[in-house]
Design a protein around this ligand. Structure first.
Ligand SMILES: *Cc1c(COP(=O)(O)O)cnc(C)c1O
Length: 216
């Protein structure tokens, strides 16, 4: 068994142990790792992947998709409006929608191409000045813009808690906000805290280094 296959099966076992009553989707975060590493994860049965840069994903994934039509690719990093065309072409889920201008650009490109990847709104639960994401106080307005004004396929919410905080209250806040808006997808938790995220209601966890090793 490859190291990646072993890492995957260990993480999947931990996910199952943390969520015996429901299924949680593992988004395997392959940023900075090679197409060969992704191919090993695919061979081991993993189908859902996360990348944080459009250009990097564009270089790696189109070739891999050929053999795996059920591969599902998530964008988990910031999206500039000038990359929207590539992002819509490449990704099945865009997790980082965080401003009306981006929502509009996505809606325009969906209209133009007919391709409609699901979107999540990223919420800046820690209200960090440097971090992407909608301020929690602006979430209701952003949900209304995505749903009513631009008719986007809004599926859920995503967050990255401040590194120095206990993540649990951030996860709880995100799950509460998702329930309040009737949103099914709750993307939260990384290598260091995905079990806590599952306890707090994550439907998707984004795990990179615990599967692929340290980033190169
Ligand atoms: C890199 C990254 C992850 C995975 O982080 P690990 O600590 O390697 O598991 C998850 N989410 C986002 C948004 C990331 O950028």
């Amino acid at each position: 068994m490859s190291a990646i296959a072993a890492g995957l099966s260990a993480i999947l076992a931990r996910i199952r142990a943390a969520s015996p009553e429901r299924s949680v989707t593992l988004v395997a975060v392959s940023k900075t790792h090679s197409a060969e590493a992704v191919a090993q994860a695919l061979a081991a049965g993993q189908r859902v992947f996360g990348e944080n840069r459009v250009q990097e994903a564009k270089a790696k994934f189109p070739d891999l998709r050929g053999g795996y039509p059920d591969l599902e690719l998530h964008l988990i990093g910031p999206l500039q409006t000038n990359k929207v065309r590539d992002a819509i072409a490449l990704f099945d889920v865009i997790e980082t929608v965080d401003r009306p201008k981006l929502a509009r650009a996505l809606a325009d490109e969906m209209e133009r191409t007919g391709r409609r990847p699901r979107i999540l709104i990223q919420v800046n639960t820690g209200r960090e000045a440097q971090k992407a994401g909608v301020d929690p106080d602006q979430l209701d307005a952003m949900v209304a813009i995505c749903r009513n004004e631009y008719k986007l396929p809004l599926a859920g919410l995503m967050c990255i808690p401040p590194a120095e905080d206990d993540p649990a209250p951030h996860f709880r806040l995100l799950a509460d906000m998702a329930r309040r808006h009737g949103l099914d997808v709750i993307s939260m938790g990384m290598s260091g805290d995905f079990e806590t995220a599952i306890t707090e209601g994550a439907t998707h966890v984004r795990v990179g280094s615990a599967i692929f090793g340290h980033r190169v």
